[in-house]
Design a protein around this ligand. Sequence first.
Ligand code: FES
Length: 119
Amino acid sequence: MAREHVIGRVGDLPEGHHRVVRAANRELGVFNIRGSFHALPNLCPHQRGPLCEGGVSGTIDYGPHTDWKLAWIWEGEVVTCPWHSLEFHIPTGQCVAFNDIRLRTYEVRVAEGELRVVI
Ligand code: FES
């Protein structure tokens, strides 16, 4: 059964910032994207690199959603693995380069000034 685990105070993670925390014997990256909180495993599926220690920005992509033109998308929503630069869309866990790779995402709740991840 899933439980809430306190991972810090809301004020410790301003918009546009992220950090790595431990909860329920796991390392997670917690991200504040425009006031919305998200969490991913701090474990890259490529070679187990510390994914969430990477930088956050956007990415270049194209497809039906960009009218088949190269475009900068998801600004502030993409974390780049510091080892070999695989990119992941933080809110969904989707790997940008490989459609068949998607990370588990964890719900982050705000209550009584605390951030609580649900595991
Ligand atoms: S370990 Fe993350 S891209 Fe290689």
